[in-house]
Design a protein around this ligand. Structure first.
Ligand SMILES: [Zn+2]
Length: 495
């Protein structure tokens, strides 16, 4: 059953509650620095890719991303790219929305649009390759991605094309990176600044004790980056000053968990917004004498540590206290392990009696050994300690996969970490929004937020595989039907 109204824009006729919500959002956006998705004037941004009609999705069951259990018999009003109302079906009066088209969605399930908290779309700019990934994301229910550093010249153009609806794609948020000078021998810094000098461009900047951090962070914001990534070769006190200046300028800091020499406790104590790579928490357990040797430059490389060390729990407690999001990236650990296994099987790995590799010049000092399975254990410990866990992969899906790698991360959370589905969904929605600093805009099914919604055939609270029963996805109200999805042929990467 479907009734179709006259449609059209209804901005002047908004009911009081929705108007108030938009006014609050507008007021909030004037308090902090603008981010992508918010206009600089403080007004709610136009949504050029949103369907302007009002649609009521009637009779759905909602797992809303707040941590609440599945809510049956709900209806969601979507208008001008936002959730205009969400209520029990018998509590919602369709007369309040006279021009709405009513979609009978009984029997369907709704979750917030998924957020991939750690991807790399342009380590080397390649428009065709990025669009291939973005198409797989949006038709797979991913409405927002956080790109954790790459060539911002390419990312900004992709972000624009996604925002105005030129390409099928999630909303794109990206980082500008800062690190100590020794990091900038990493070949990825060269590919991400091709034609320019890595460390000397606003999206890849060298920082040290002499750096004018006000200027550095303002330059980073000028690239339209919505986060500052602190990567490597930064001392604890400098990291704390970076985080304080970033807070003052209203841009979140997305840090590695071990920035080397800054250790996990330095990072958590600095008050960053998110910390990436759960396995690096193990660095908190590096024995003091080993750390002293490393700081004196007499030792580097990997160290075996005791993962029961209470200093790891102290870091988790500090993260819980500050609400720091842990971007666990279990997927990249398993991905690397599988790749090493393939190399070993094909006899391409180092011979067993080879000398140890030279110290990695990108990272001063030592790092703790941590297997993917130990990463799972650390994630469980963080989750039990009350640290908000976000779902990021930092890795591609299996070749030819019809689904984004994010689904692998969620399967690890569910099947290995042992999270209940309500927390698995939270990791891929509201906790991702928290990491982006966009908790007021996206990440839950709540009035006033963007209409980023995934409609499923199967109950998302009943098992992680059910998340793949996607019928269609809304991003800012624009609809992407799964049946229209074509993976296509992955464009071959340039050498
Ligand atoms: Zn990464």
């Amino acid at each position: 059953m479907s009734r179709t109204g006259a449609g059209g824009r209804l901005a002047a006729e908004a009911p009081p509650a929705a108007t108030a919500a938009l006014a609050v959002l507008a007021a909030l956006s004037t308090l902090s620095a603008p981010v992508a998705g918010q206009s600089r004037s403080g007004e709610p941004p136009r949504n050029p890719n949103a369907d302007s009609e009002t649609t009521i999705y009637e009779g759905v069951s909602v797992l809303d991303g707040t941590g609440a259990p599945l809510l049956p018999d709900m209806s969601i009003v979507v208008r001008d790219g936002r959730i205009a109302a969400v209520d029990r079906t018998d509590g919602l009066s369709p007369e309040d929305w006279p021009e709405a088209e009513i979609e009978d969605a009984r029997g369907l399930y709704v979750i917030p649009g998924l957020i991939e908290s750690h991807t790399h779309l342009a380590t080397r700019a390649d428009r065709a390759a990025a669009e291939f990934e973005l198409n797989r994301f949006i038709y797979g229910g991913v409405t927002t991605v956080r790109d954790m550093a790459g060539d911002v010249r390419a990312l900004a153009e992709l972000q624009r094309a996604a925002l105005v609806g030129e390409i099928p794609a999630p909303d794109i948020h990206y980082a500008a990176l800062v690190a100590g000078e020794s990091f900038f021998v990493d070949p990825r810094t060269r590919s991400s600044s091709m034609g320019e000098v890595p460390g000397r461009v606003p999206w890849l900047q060298i920082v040290d004790d002499e750096t004018d951090l006000t200027e550095t962070i303002a330059l980073a914001r000028g690239t339209w980056a919505t986060g500052l990534k602190t990567y490597a070769s930064i001392e604890g006190p400098l990291l704390a000053r970076i985080a304080a200046e970033a807070r003052r300028q209203g841009i979140p800091v997305w840090s590695h968990t071990h920035v080397g020499p800054a250790l996990p406790m330095d990072v958590a104590g600095a008050g960053v917004t998110s910390m990436s790579h759960v396995c690096s928490l193990a660095s908190a357990a590096i024995p003091d004498d080993v750390m002293a040797e490393a700081l004196a430059g007499r030792r580097s490389g990997m160290v075996d540590v005791d993962l029961d060390d209470p200093r790891i729990d102290a870091v988790l407690e500090e993260m819980r206290r500050q609400g720091t999001v842990l971007d666990a990236t279990l997927k990249v650990g398993f991905f690397r392990e599988e790749r090493m296994a393939v190399l070993a099987r094909d006899s391409l790995g180092p011979p067993p009696d080879a000398p140890p590799p030279p110290p990695d010049p990108r990272r001063r000092g030592v790092r703790a050994q941590c297997s993917p399975e130990q990463g799972v254990e650390l994630t469980r410990r963080a989750w039990r300690a009350g640290v908000p866990i976000a779902a990021g992969t930092d890795a591609p899906p299996a070749p030819g996969s019809e689904w984004p790698a994010l689904y692998d991360e969620l399967a690890y959370f569910s099947k290995r970490v042992g999270m209940p589905m309500v927390d698995v969904v939270r990791a891929a929605t509201s906790h991702g929004a928290l990491a982006l600093g966009l908790a007021e805009e996206i990440g839950t099914v709540e009035e006033g937020k963007y209409a980023n919604l995934v409609f499923l055939e199967d109950d998302p609270s009943a098992g992680v595989e059910n998340l793949k029963s996607v019928l269609f996805t809304l991003k800012r109200g624009r609809r992407f039907d799964r049946q229209d999805f074509e993976l296509g042929t992955p464009p071959s990467r340039r050498p």
